[in-house]
Design a protein around this ligand. Structure first.
Ligand code: 5RP
Length: 226
């Protein structure tokens, strides 16, 4: 099974996982990226059975709308029962690195507004310890050099993502070499950086369920399973 087929398989598994949300009044949080896109395309088949979705990026809002799924502002949606999104890396405690698509800030906001975060990945994303994937950090343009110096002081090797502006008008600084053996501690340290809007570590609010597509099917892990 190639990676595209795995993304399809895990998206289908997510639809089964959240089937209980297909009720009148339900609003579903939807992430960003190619795996989330596969999920959106399958979610469209159920669009008559729930009220709408909150998107974690403009690209996701556009894709939801193209399927005729109503897109709500988070401020009008209240607490969401479930958020479904992909990740760039996932560890056995369901800590994540996200932001490969540059949508990490809105993704973290929608995850924080959701009672349950279902993360969907193919098995190439599963790691013992986070950190091979450079950590994306969203930074206000005027604070670029200040934040990059602070990231170097934390042991990181920051690099501005060339030619990329986030939906919020900011930069992404991809940061290799950070010590992520204690993900919540590093997330707290990064949260303290003045001028950094948000970082792509999801450890203080990790996933609640991780669906992993491999060659022999989709495995379902709950937090605390592994
Ligand atoms: C976007 C993200 C994505 O979830 C992450 O990059 C995974 O993307 P894909 O499903 O395309 O592999 O965090 O900001």
């Amino acid at each position: 099974m190639d990676q595209a087929a795995k993304k399809q398989a895990v998206a289908a598994a997510a639809i089964e996982d959240i089937r209980g949300q297909f009720v009148s009044g339900a609003i579903i949080g939807v992430g960003t990226g190619s795996t989330a896109n596969a999920f959106i395309d399958l979610l469209a088949q159920h669009k008559q059975q729930f009220d709408g979705a909150v998107a974690s990026s403009q690209a996701t809002a556009d894709r939801l709308s193209s399927h005729g799924i109503r897109v709500l502002d988070l401020n009008d949606a209240g607490t969401l029962a479930v958020y479904v999104d992909g990740a760039d890396e996932a560890d056995p405690d369901l800590n994540l690195i996200k932001g490969g698509g540059g949508a990490l800030t809105r993704e973290k906001i929608v995850a924080a507004a959701s009672e349950r975060f279902v993360c969907i990945v193919d098995d190439s994303k599963c790691v013992a310890t986070l950190g091979d994937y450079p950590l994306p950090i969203e930074v206000l343009p005027m604070a670029r050099e200040l934040v990059m110096r602070a990231l170097v002081a934390l042991g990181g090797q920051p690099k501005v993502r060339e030619g990329f502006t986030t939906d919020n008008g900011n930069l992404i600084v991809d940061t290799a070499a950070l010590d992520l053996r204690d993900p919540p501690a590093m997330e707290r340290a990064l949260n303290d950086l003045v001028g950094a809007v948000c970082n792509g570590l999801f450890a203080l609010r990790p996933a609640d369920a991780l669906l992993v597509a491999g060659t022999s099917g989709v495995a379902n892990y709950m937090r605390g399973d592994r």
